[in-house]
Design a protein around this ligand. Structure first.
Ligand SMILES: Nc1ncnc2c1ncn2[C@@H]1O[C@H](COP(=O)(O)OP(=O)(O)OP(=O)(O)O)[C@@H](O)[C@H]1O
Ligand SMILES: [Mg+2]
Length: 471
């Protein structure tokens, strides 16, 4: 405690007593010496009392400063011989505790709000009245980067309709919804909701821009529309053939026995094509419906493969194509649905028979998977013309064919590989296709040895640029 403050305070406190004694001495009512002694006693007592009080206040000030510098530090103990100082310190301690409690509450609330904001999957931007980005959540940061902060919203979103809507809300208008297209880094279809905040925040935010990506919804919509168009087209072709022949048989060829036999054979072929198409569509939707539930029973895969091979042997033999086996382990097991597995390999072997060169062998191979630990890689290899690289990524799309005319001529619906893809996806497996022009094509199906947590191995480096993982 500075001595000057004690002297000044004591002098001030004792000044009234000094003046009183001075008046008494001047008026002759009190001799000088007793007055001087009385003054010294008064000064001494005042100094003693004030020292304890001022000392207590100084320690309180130091304590408060320490708390301000380090709010979480333990409150220092201040004890004084002055009861007033002790009371004051107790009050300050209570205030500090209440203040800390409130701050902790606010911190928890803030952390909660920040966590919610960060976890929101949709990008969210908080904008001030100058239309600058004040804050953004993690999704927006991933989309626009940090450089948009404290800059005009137009830096992040150069969308005239969106900016006009934001300006209208800044000017006091109500919330609005706009749709727009983002072209970079990838094309996206987005909606933006612009909502004013009920009150301006401390950091100046007055409105929220929340973005929602509609790309997948739009794509799904488009795919649904394409699917309906494709399916109706596929059905319409055989149907119009049927109607044409019925009309011919009812009219000009009604008495032509030879034409009747010939037309009925074509009609039967077209009707069974329609039936196959409907069967494949139903099968596809059944598999899709169960896709979220992977199978759980282990089955001996080689027995299934040999059985499918046998059922297709005649068809293969008709084209002079032997079906050969290259099996590392006859007892190999995978967790799978036996019927779906049979359907999967039926499609792959059927394709090999249909699209490979006649008089070449088809090989069915079973060995360890390079993709799943304890998994199996099952290969169907043909020696056909191969599939041009540009077609590989789209091969498993519904109704996609490399050579439409040839596929139709062979009675194909273009759904076989889409079915294959969905069966593999239900089994949480992988499909690879390796094709070399003039050499042939190998479809490899990787299946897991156990479900559901079978570990995936890191993808191996492609052997050549012809190799593609397509599902
Ligand atoms: N092994 C293969 N060699 C060459 N091309 C193939 C082979 N497998 C499939 N393709 C090509 O991929 C296309 C799609 O095959 P997918 O099995 O989905 O349909 P599809 O065979 O035409 O009809 P479906 O299987 O329904 O009878 C085929 O039309 C064919 O052009
Ligand atoms: Mg097929």
């Amino acid at each position: 405690m500075p001595l000057r403050r004690l002297v000044v305070s004591t002098a001030l406190m004792a000044s009234v007593v000094f003046l009183t004694f001075a008046a008494l001495v001047i008026s002759g009512r009190l001799p000088v010496w007793p007055a001087v002694v009385a003054c010294l006693v008064v000064v001494g007592l005042h100094a003693l009392l004030l020292r304890a009080f001022l000392d207590g206040l100084t320690r309180i000030r130091t304590g408060v400063e320490e708390i301000l510098v380090e709010p979480e530090r333990a409150v220092p103990v201040v004890r004084s011989s002055s009861p007033a100082v002790n009371d004051l310190w107790l009050a300050i301690m209570r205030l500090t505790r209440a203040w800390r409690h409130r701050i902790r509450g606010l911190e928890i609330e803030l952390a909660g709000s920040n966590a919610v904001l960060a976890a929101l999957p949709d990008p969210l931007i908080l904008v001030n009245e100058r239309r600058e980005v004040v804050r953004q959540n993690a999704a927006a940061q991933a989309l626009f980067g940090d450089h948009v902060l404290r800059r005009d919203l137009a830096v992040a979103l150069r969308q005239p309709t969106l900016l006009a809507a934001v300006d209208a809300v800044v000017a006091g208008g109500g919330g609005r919804l706009v749709e727009f297209e983002l072209t970079s880094p990838v094309e996206r279809h987005m909606t933006a909701r612009i909502d004013p905040l009920p009150a301006r925040t401390e950091d100046g935010v007055i409105l929220l821009v929340s973005l929602h990506d509609l790309t997948s919804a739009k794509r799904a919509e488009q795919m649904r529309a394409d699917f309906v168009a494709n399916a109706s087209h596929e059905l319409r072709t055989p149907l119009s053939t049927l109607v044409g022949f019925i009309e011919t048989l009812q009219g000009p060829a009604s008495d032509d026995e030879e034409a009747r036999v010939k037309f009925l054979a074509i009609m039967q072929q077209q009707a069974s094509r329609m039936a196959r198409l409907i069967e494949d569509l139903l099968s596809l939707s059944r598999i899709e419906m169960n896709e979220h539930q992977p199978p759980t029973t282990p089955i001996a895969v080689v027995a299934v493969l040999r059985h499918v091979g046998q059922t297709l042997e005649m068809k293969a033999a008709a084209r002079g194509m032997p079906i050969e086996y290259d099996i590392a382990d006859e007892q190999a097991q995978v967790v799978a649905d036996a019927d779906e597995l049979a359907q999967l390999f039926q499609n792959l072997i059927d394709n090999a028979i249909k699209y490979a060169r006649p008089d070449t062998a088809i090989t069915i191979g079973v060995g360890p998977s390079r993709r799943f630990k304890d998994g199996l890689a099952i290969k169907v290899r043909d020696r056909g013309e191969g599939i041009p690289r540009t077609h590989l990524p789209r091969l498993t799309e519904r109704f996609y064919r490399v050579d439409t005319a040839r596929s139709r001529e062979m009675g194909g619906t273009g759904l076989g590989l889409a079915i294959v893809k969905h069966i593999i996806s239900r089994h949480r497996g992988l499909l690879e296709v390796d094709s070399e022009m003039g050499e042939g094509t190998t479809f490899t199906v990787h299946l897991r040895g156990s479900m559901p947590g079978a570990a995936a191995l890191p993808p191996p480096a492609p052997k050549s640029d012809e190799n593609r993982v397509i599902g």
